[in-house]
Design a protein around this ligand. Structure first.
Ligand code: NAD
Length: 413
């Protein structure tokens, strides 16, 4: 059973799937290697991820390894309908379409959960959170789960701290081969892509404010700077602020940056980062968007409901005429701009993230009893193997330490 927008898009979706698959060698090599042993045989897998061409490669891979897969999207606006149609045509139970209302989004999560998944793969932890918050799920036998992003891991660690976590979860985000590459280079590139597609203005010479200098913020700042923008960073963490300063960016409070910036990009995972009082100080024509997981970083509600008028001037770009007479533009209604206004991360980088996902699902299937009700990081051997596979896929060779170097590294003298 499935609920999607348009089944006739399946052929288009197939081509997108094939394009991604052919650029995700690390993942496809792993799938080929494991196919014979069927490590997910008989497992009901529940997936709550952004429905992109890269995600379809992971889902088809999990199916090839024996899983029965049910799927919903991880955001009401990020589903690629052609991919949803392709997956539905290939025996995946999928409940997702682009442009869902919050209620429809919620219903689709429940539909996916109605297949009673034993392993749950989430991005942002809306599913994990639902399972923990609703009585009807309390008796379920869930072997464990995985979590893709920083915000989701924070939510799960909060559950574990209160001793309420019901099953083991692998924090895929915390693998080096995930956050150092996906969050930085993936979001770095796809954020610029989302801003290009929605506004189609020049970055060169623009004053771009990046809120948050974590893995995502670093990537976004470096890509904007590479395009010739003058980058300003806002932070609350002194070490990260110092790093941004030494990387050559101007660091200042958002209250000051609000007056200077022409383009704003939030990447903090926090709520209320750009608020009404900041928006009112902005120059006429300022463009705002967010690439943090949830639409809580920019006060979109103020812009969309308290402006004199709002009109969509380009796809995914709302012009909000404020009561003070200035026009402020909002990308993708403040939702994750790189996935709503563009297609998310390129396949090469998602191959690393999703190899972590796939190997973590298998690790949960085999070791869930041993792990217990904890949030753990991806085992070091998996993380390292993915780096080795990624280098091989990119034809990059490295040195081996000599016996003298090994001895030297182990010596205290
Ligand atoms: N768009 C995507 O495709 C994508 C990809 C990966 C992660 N994410 C999401 O992006 C967000 C950031 O992820 P990350 O891995 O960079 O996290 P991170 O923890 O490495 O970085 C977040 C940074 O924001 C700073 N910060 C917090 N509150 C702030 C505030 N009020 N003002 C300024 N700075 C503030 C923190 O000090 C930290 O340095 C999360 O929500 C994550 O889930 C999105």
């Amino acid at each position: 059973m499935s609920q999607i927008k348009d089944p006739s898009l399946a052929e288009k979706g197939k081509m997108s799937y094939e394009w991604a698959r052919d650029h995700m060698k690390i993942l496809t090599n792993t799938i080929e290697r494991l196919k014979k042993s069927q490590p997910l045989k008989g497992i009901r897998l529940g997936v709550c991820l952004h429905i992109t061409k890269e995600t379809s490669v992971l889902i088809m891979g999990a199916k090839a390894l024996g899983a029965d897969v049910s799927v919903c999207g991880a955001n009401p606006l990020s589903t690629q309908d052609d991919i949803a149609a392709f997956l539905a045509e290939n025996g995946v139970h999928i409940y997702a379409w682009e442009g869902q209302t919050p209620e429809e989004y919620d219903e689709c999560i429940e539909q996916m959960l109605s297949h009673k998944p034993q392993i749950l793969t989430d991005d942002g932890s809306d599913c994990h959170s639902k399972i923990h918050g609703k009585k009807e799920f309390s008796s379920w036998k869930i072997l464990g789960g995985t979590e893709e992003t920083t915000t989701g891991v924070i939510r799960l660690k909060a559950l574990a701290k209160q001793k309420k976590l019901k099953y083991p979860v692998i924090a895929v985000n915390d693998a080096y081969t995930k956050h150092m590459f996906d969050n930085r280079y993936g979001t770095g590139q796809s954020t610029i892509d989302g801003y290009f597609r929605s506004m189609n203005l020049l970055f060169a010479g623009k004053r771009v404010v990046v809120a948050g200098y974590g893995w995502v913020g670093r990537g976004v700042a470096s890509r904007a700077s590479g395009l010739g923008a003058k980058v300003y960073v806002t932070e609350i963490d002194p070490v990260r602020a110092l790093e941004a300063h030494m990387d050559g960016y101007e660091v200042m409070p958002i209250d000051e940056a609000a007056k200077i910036g022409e383009i704003f990009i939030t990447a903090t995972g926090q709520t209320g980062v750009i608020r009404k009082e900041h928006i009112l100080k902005m120059r006429d024509g300022a463009i705002l968007g967010n690439v943090g997981h949830f639409d809580v970083e920019v006060d979109a509600k103020f812009l969309l409901t308290e402006s004199k008028s709002v009109r969509e001037v380009r796809p995914n770009l709302d012009e909000c005429l404020l009561k003070n007479g200035k026009r402020v533009y909002l990308i993708a209604k403040g939702r994750i701009a790189n996935l709503v206004a563009a297609e998310g991360h390129p396949p090469e980088v998602m191959a690393q993230s999703f190899s972590n996902q796939l190997l973590s699902m298998i690790h949960i299937a085999r070791n869930h009893k041993k792990i217990g009700k904890r949030v753990i990081t991806v085992p070091e051997e998996i993380d390292k193997q993915i780096a080795i596979d990624a280098l091989a896929a990119m034809s990059v060779k490295i040195d081996k330490p000599t016996p003298a170097q090994i001895k030297y590294a182990q010596s205290w003298a």
